[in-house]
Design a protein around this ligand. Structure first.
Ligand code: ADP
Ligand code: MG
Length: 254
């Protein structure tokens, strides 16, 4: 008799897995049962009208918001489990916001070193080396000694990206990273994001930049009213949407 192992192969862990996620603010149900997954190395763009719950969804992925119910699993760690070490789990997730949130009284270099020192307990020399590497990577190495107010919005956002990357995240979340920028500064930030994607970074990106979503995303998710209306390749969702709500949204933004 041959013995078949019960599990011959463990399925590869999703980078992010979200199951039946609900989020209320008071009586307002903002996320109404979200299910989706991001695979390692994938770039997923989330699009949808203002107020549809995109930011709340992203914030539930690193527990800046506590989900009301449902499951959020990041790299095999269930963040919604009551015994989870939230700080440890968050360490693997980088987040870039619409507002760059740099410390105004610190130089660019200090901004990229501070969390490495405080959270990862890296020594000064190592933190500085990693900060410089990442600032070079986002094309801003020569601004190490500048203060945020001396930089353009696009440069500040690239510092914010370098700061997140310096923590060696396995997943990067971007919430409308170019929405606060003057139009001529958007391209530099998108170029950095495109490079990250090409290097294989797993990325979940809320954006209104349809050209970026079409060119860079492996998948596009369209949200409306706290649900995912459509989830597919950029060709499917942007070029050939099936749902009327997606069509209406795209007519307005394209
Ligand atoms: P989007 O990012 O798609 O514009 P949000 O996730 O920011 O949408 O918001 C979805 C809904 O949740 C909106 O109606 C918003 O007013 C509400 N909301 C978001 N954050 C909070 C909060 N902290 N408290 C109360 N309501 C909130
Ligand atoms: Mg938002």
């Amino acid at each position: 008799m041959t013995v078949t192992p019960a599990t011959s192969q463990t399925p590869a862990a999703h980078a992010v897995e979200i199951r039946d996620l609900h989020k209320y603010f008071g009586k307002n149900e903002v996320l109404r049962g979200i299910d989706f997954a991001v695979e390692p190395g994938q770039v997923v763009c989330v699009i949808g009208p203002s107020g549809s719950g995109k930011s709340t969804l992203l914030r539930c992925v690193n527990l800046l918001e506590q989900p009301t119910s449902g499951k959020v699993v990041v790299h095999g760690v269930e963040l919604t489990h009551r015994d989870v070490d939230i700080d440890a789990a968050r360490r693997g997730v980088g987040m870039v916001f619409q507002q760059f949130n740099l410390f105004p009284h610190m130089t660019v270099l200090q901004n990229v070193m501070i969390s490495q020192r405080r959270v990862l307990k890296r020594g000064k020399a190592e933190a500085e080396r990693i900060a410089r590497e990442n600032l070079d990577k986002v094309g801003i190495g020569e601004k190490c000694d500048a203060f945020p107010a001396q930089l353009s919005g696009g440069q500040q956002q690239r510092v914010a990206i370098a700061r997140a990357l310096a923590m060696n995240p396995a997943l990067m979340l971007f919430d409308e990273p170019t929405s606060a920028l003057d139009p001529e500064l958007v391209g530099d930030v998108l170029t950095v994001m495109r490079k990250l994607a090409e290097e294989g970074m797993t990325m979940l990106v809320v954006t209104h930049e349809m050209a970026f979503a079409r060119d860079v995303a492996d998948r596009v998710v369209f949200m409306d009213g706290g649900v995912i209306v459509e989830d597919g390749t950029p060709e499917q969702v942007i070029s050939a949407p099936r749902h009327e709500r997606t069509k209406t949204f795209l007519r307005r933004v394209l």
